[in-house]
Design a protein around this ligand. Sequence first.
Ligand code: NAI
Length: 331
Amino acid sequence: MIVSVFDSHTFDRVALDEANKGKHELRFLPTRLSLATADLAKGSAAICCFVNDCLNEAVLTRLKELGVKLVALRSAGFNHVDLTAAKKNGLRVTRVPEYSPYAVAEHAVALLLDFNRKISKAHNRVRDMNFSLDGLVGFDLHGKTVGVVGTGKIGQVFAQIMRGFGCNVLCFDLQPNEQWAKDNKVQYCDLKTLFKSSDIVSLHIPLNEKTKHIISEDALSMMKKSVVLINTGRGGLIDSKALIKSLKQKRIGGACLDVYEEEEGVFFCDLSESGVNDDTLARLLTFPNVSITAHQAFLTHEALKNIAETTLSSITTFEKGASLLPAVTLC
Ligand code: NAI
């Protein structure tokens, strides 16, 4: 089957080629999918997309006209796909529901440790022969209260790692897993209590109409003045303008962000020559107490291998006309 792989990078190509073993014709496209680039899929029965590809009604309608039958997402999250439009156009959509909760949870912890112990700052100083320790004071994680919003696959791993640090863990989820909580000595509570009581708040819920801007001005105002907010979920979970306001007023301790609500067209791109046009992101980058990575929490060898294998298995199953696994099928 001919598959156009949008928004593909060297690491995607290596993992997908390895899993494909020459079975399908993979056409790697560095460009993101949009209405302007959809025609690049001409001649492909399937396309393979990532989180910043645009899969709205207009794009999906065009893909159908071009003869595309399958959209294979290389992601777990699917908030960027208009599933109603996909169904209307008779397109099947698959995703990779689980590839490595460890990759994402461990990145959240890495962001927290780097932020708290000022590792990047210290590294830059030392390389500049500046061995001063002023301004590098962190805090012990041991004994602190960590609020985990969303205790699915990633949230559970994150909570368990934080328990290993000797933290008290408070959790919120629409579907609490009481047995897991008991086994790991963590406690479920309501969202307000979590916001009010936590020294660290980490987001591990999907982005949808209910969760958009769950971190609002109101939510931020409930949190401790020293709170460190971590977001490896989706950018839209945080109202970025409200976050900037809180940071300016020193109402929170800081933020560690792997995702940003307007990351499309910025994250995954080298803008070192051109700079960014997004004033909100530019402002966030000016705060000394904001750490940002460009949506790389998934980026481990193990995760890339699992993503590639699941994606290609779905493509092969679809080509054979066999039933797609319910876990990977969105429509
Ligand atoms: P999951 O489906 O295993 O867990 C999500 C949890 O959120 C579930 O327990 C669900 O009950 C809960 N939930 C849903 N809506 C809620 C609400 N309104 N309030 C409270 N809880 C709610 O998903 P998983 O694998 O743990 O992933 C979580 C999110 O992480 C994904 O949706 C995705 O957006 C993000 N992600 C980010 C990556 C990155 O590279 N930064 C990579 C992979 C996932």
